[in-house]
Design a binder for this molecule. Structure first.
Ligand code: A3P
Length: 285
């Protein structure tokens, strides 16, 4: 475990900056999970809409009958020692469909190399300016640890140089983007989910091979609205002080409250340079 600038705690895993709760044991278990065709793993860089996506997948994949009493109980976050760690035996016994959560880049994915195992992976990306702003809000003044106490300018520097937990945003997103055409990988964006929720729900259902009625789609769409989700007991996030940090604005473009014009322009240049002609694009507003 290391303590970096401004009290920021982290751990190095395979040379990448990771949160302290990615212990070697948990990481090893996540890499060696023996996956099945009925498995679903959703993946993202932090603050890209993974809680939102997790609720969608749990509702769709279980016909709105989740396996657990809360969202967290209905998922397996194998790489983390933090929330409800499951043992290898628990995972073996878990009911299908097993729904896994991960924040890893492609080369560190759950189950080993995604192209070589039967699990279906859904990656959600988000424009990195909003990710960076959302992450700053989340990490500064985290009620359960409060471990980052630097300011915005410093955070932006940490983010753009890959010193925040989960490391460099660019190679994380690009690592999955490169594999977007694989049959068992679906690449989504926060922005599409926001602008065309219904269309994206249909896309997810199709990818998972589910037949979902119009009524069911409408029901899911209602339950996963930004306000609605925070009210639901099932989300397990309601009334839990630390988890209120998972909801800030839920919008596209609120990075403008943080970035100065100069910072935004410098970021645009960096984006061009790092993303190049890979075709990875996001709406920034
Ligand atoms: P903001 O901080 O920009 O509001 P994650 O779940 O991966 O940690 O991502 C958190 C981000 O997703 C936060 O972004 C949060 O508000 C947003 N979010 C969560 N639920 C949402 C929903 N139902 N609709 C829109 N955005 C949502």
């Amino acid at each position: 475990l290391r303590i970096g600038e401004h009290g920021y705690k982290y751990r190095l895993v395979d040379g990448r900056v990771m949160p302290p709760y990615i212990t070697p044991e948990r990481y090893a278990l996540s890499r060696t999970v023996s996956t099945r065709p009925s498995d679903i793993c959703f993946v993202s860089y932090p603050k890209s809409g993974s809680t939102w996506l997790s609720y969608i997948i749990v509702l769709l994949a279980t016909g709105s009958n989740p396996s657990g009493a809360t969202l967290r109980d209905s998922l397996h976050w194998v790489e983390s020692s933090w929330t409800y760690p499951r043992s290898a035996e628990d995972l073996e016994r878990a009911a299908a469909p097993r729904i896994f959560k991960s924040h890893m880049p492609y080369s560190m994915a759950l189950g080993g190399e995604p192209a070589k195992n039967p699990c279906r992976y859904i990656y959600i990306g988000r424009n990195p300016k909003d990710v960076c702003a959302s992450y700053y809000y989340f990490e500064s003044g985290k009620s359960w640890s409060g471990y980052y106490n630097g300011g915005w300018d410093h955070w932006l520097d940490m983010f753009t140089s890959g010193r925040v937990q989960r490391g460099d945003w660019f190679d994380h997103a690009l690592s999955w983007w490169e594999h977007r055409d694989a049959d068992n990988i679906l690449f989504l964006t926060f922005e599409d989910l926001k602008v065309d929720t219904r269309g994206q729900l249909e896309k997810i259902a199709k990818f998972l091979g589910l037949t979902v009625s119009d009524d069911q789609l409408r029901d899911v769409e209602r339950k996963i609205g930004f306000d609605q989700m925070q009210q639901t007991e099932f989300s397990g996030l309601k009334d839990v002080k630390e988890f209120s940090k998972f909801f800030r604005k839920g919008e596209i473009g609120s990075w403008k409250e943080y970035f100065t014009v100069a910072q935004s322009e410098a970021f645009d240049r960096l984006y061009k340079e790092r993303v190049g002609d890979t075709g990875l694009e996001f709406r920034f507003e």
